[in-house]
Design a protein around this ligand. Structure first.
Ligand code: 6PG
Length: 245
């Protein structure tokens, strides 16, 4: 766990992990397959990636960008995770269209899931039943403990092999497409970014209430490489043994 003084420093830490993981993935495997989250918290982290030194130093030519979830709205709707990221930072990066892999939020949910499943299977050259292994997945957490669009009480993908699913819920309450637990948990590296006092209570439950059955508690990294990046406000209810300040 990394605890920073404020959201800007937490976002900078996330951007540094992004750049380091990109370099390492390209040197080992020739490309960097990274998955972004929606919501408001990662917007600062995303904007920092389009500023120096990251703009020049990240090996953008080898990066492929995916999303953990998408709201079923067109990309010019403020609720679109892809549209928001495009306006926040993607438009300023030296990326070719083939390096950006948005979930198709404009399609009916079942069609969108099937289209994105095909895109993942083609990109990773998967056979049926195989699960993609992303180099880095960046996650946020909702005040109710949800991650991506996997909400508390939504158990449909627990223990199943589905790559993606459709869900209706969240705020805004919409039909959504989301990666499943099985995809999230295969990642080589997972980074959770949570800032602000509004996240303090749910973080306490995630770390201290083992009976809470929260989606965020079902995430681990297959290579044991999971990092929580918090700011002091988000960490304010965590005991010192979990969040050394
Ligand atoms: C989304 C996200 C979602 C988000 C949390 C936290 O599409 O909304 O992927 O899981 O990470 O809701 O959102 P905030 O950062 O806005 O608190």
């Amino acid at each position: 766990m990394v605890i920073k003084d404020n959201p800007a420093k937490a976002a900078l830490t996330a951007a540094t992990i992004f750049a380091d993981t990109c370099r390492e993935s390209i040197s080992k495997r020739g490309r960097f397959a990274v998955v972004l989250s929606g919501g408001s918290t990662p917007r600062l982290f995303h904007r920092i990636l389009a500023e120096e030194p990251f703009l020049s130093e990240v090996e953008w030519a080898g990066a492929h960008i995916f999303w953990v979830d998408e709201r079923c709205v067109p990309e010019d709707n403020p609720g679109s995770n892809y549209g928001t990221a495009k306006r926040d930072f993607l438009d300023r990066l030296p990326l070719l269209p083939g390096q950006i892999h948005p979930m198709p939020g404009r399609l009916p949910p079942e069609t969108g899931v099937s289209r994105y499943q095909t895109e993942l299977m083609d990109f990773f050259c998967l056979k049926r039943g195989e699960v993609p292994i992303f180099d880095l997945i960046s996650l946020g957490v909702g005040k109710d403990g949800h991650i991506a669009s996997l909400f508390p009480g939504n158990t449909s993908s627990d223990g199943e092999d589905k790559l993606l699913e459709t869900v209706t819920g969240g705020d805004p309450y919409l039909a959504r497409l989301t990666m499943s637990y099985s995809v999230l948990n295969q990642a080589r590296r997972i980074v959770f970014l949570a800032t602000g006092v509004g996240k303090a209570r749910i973080l306490k439950a995630i770390f201290e209430d083992s009976e809470a059955l929260l989606p965020a508690q079902k995430i681990f990294s297959s290579e044991g490489n999971l990092t929580w990046i918090l700011d002091r406000d988000a960490a304010s209810l965590l005991p010192a043994k979990i969040a050394p300040q």
